[in-house]
Design a binder for this molecule. Sequence first.
Ligand SMILES: Nc1nc2c(ncn2[C@@H]2O[C@H](COP(=O)(O)OP(=O)(O)OP(=O)(O)O)[C@@H](O)[C@H]2O)c(=O)[nH]1
Length: 359
Amino acid sequence: MPSSHPAKAQSIGKRFYVPRTIASLFGLITVATTFYQFGAPAWYYLGPILQGLFWPHLAYQLARRFAHKGYTEKHSLLMDSFLGGLWVPMMMFNILPLVVLSTTLWLNNISAFGPKFCLKGLLAQAAGVLLGLLLVGLEFNLMPNLAILLSCIPILLIYPIAIATISYKLSKTLSKQKRVLVHLSKHDALTGLYNRGHWEQQLVQEFKNNQTFDEPCCLIFLDIDHFKRINDTYGHSIGDNVLRKIGKIIRDNIRPLDVPGRYGGEEFGIILPETSKEPAIAIAERLRVTIEESLIYINTGQYLEVTASLGVAMLDNTVESYDQWLCNADKALYQAKNSGRNRTVLYECENNRQTPGFA
Ligand SMILES: Nc1nc2c(ncn2[C@@H]2O[C@H](COP(=O)(O)OP(=O)(O)OP(=O)(O)O)[C@@H](O)[C@H]2O)c(=O)[nH]1
């Protein structure tokens, strides 16, 4: 029972349409020339003509129309192999066409479904040879003459180029898809900022760097105030718009060197490398004021006022782990929430308590 997904089967069918058309057409030249050189009867030509001129288009239509009924490109490739085998006894096992056609089939089968499938193709080819022997008997004329040799040149030249072009296109598509996947694995789809996993990795890295270089570094936690109320009053899609807007405000108000991320629902983290506490507080305040002053348009024609609370924690030699650093920023944020929201609080470890808010 074929297991290929119909859409996948259709796209593979499309991918092999051009190379099959080329191989069948140039294969027809080789086979017909060989028949002609050996004075084959007219009926010999019927099969190769049908294969060369009609089969690629039929195979493409079969893959397109009957993919949902389990018809896959594998069936067409096995048919290619079978037909390729059938002409071999009719060409009296002439070495050059035999090698050229076989190489073309094997190349096709391996590039489509791998070496194991090529073995299946070999069996189909052997079945074709057997049928050919039954039809025309066993006769040998192994050595090619000049005409046969010349008839092999088009397929030898053009078919590998077609396969190489397809492989190149495929590898380009794959690397593009890989880039998209890598981006998705690191970014939050709603805000475009780093997602929690990747952002925390950056935080760990920054913590390690700081152990080595001992540069000042700060962390901001930003949490939208009463976000639940926004969701409950205006609905989740307006809530999502608010999150997008806050993400944009953060991006627009920090340096390229800073690392913003969406930490959780309505909570954001921003790593500020090479930043001591005074500039960090200034950045946090700038973010807070920008958010407060930005009216967010909602589709009922109204504008929404949003505020945020921020906690700032500096990385100094009292911070023993990145967890502790996070925890310090969280404590400062908690303090900002508890002391009335819409404010920035710096975590101060010297006094073992948080300073009052700055807003
Ligand atoms: N629209 C939207 N809402 C979210 C998303 N993630 C989390 N939330 C909501 O964010 C709200 C967070 O609510 P709370 O943790 O109570 O915080 P708050 O209402 O902002 O209150 P304070 O932080 O104390 O000011 C919850 O209602 C969540 O459902 C999201 O991706 N989109």
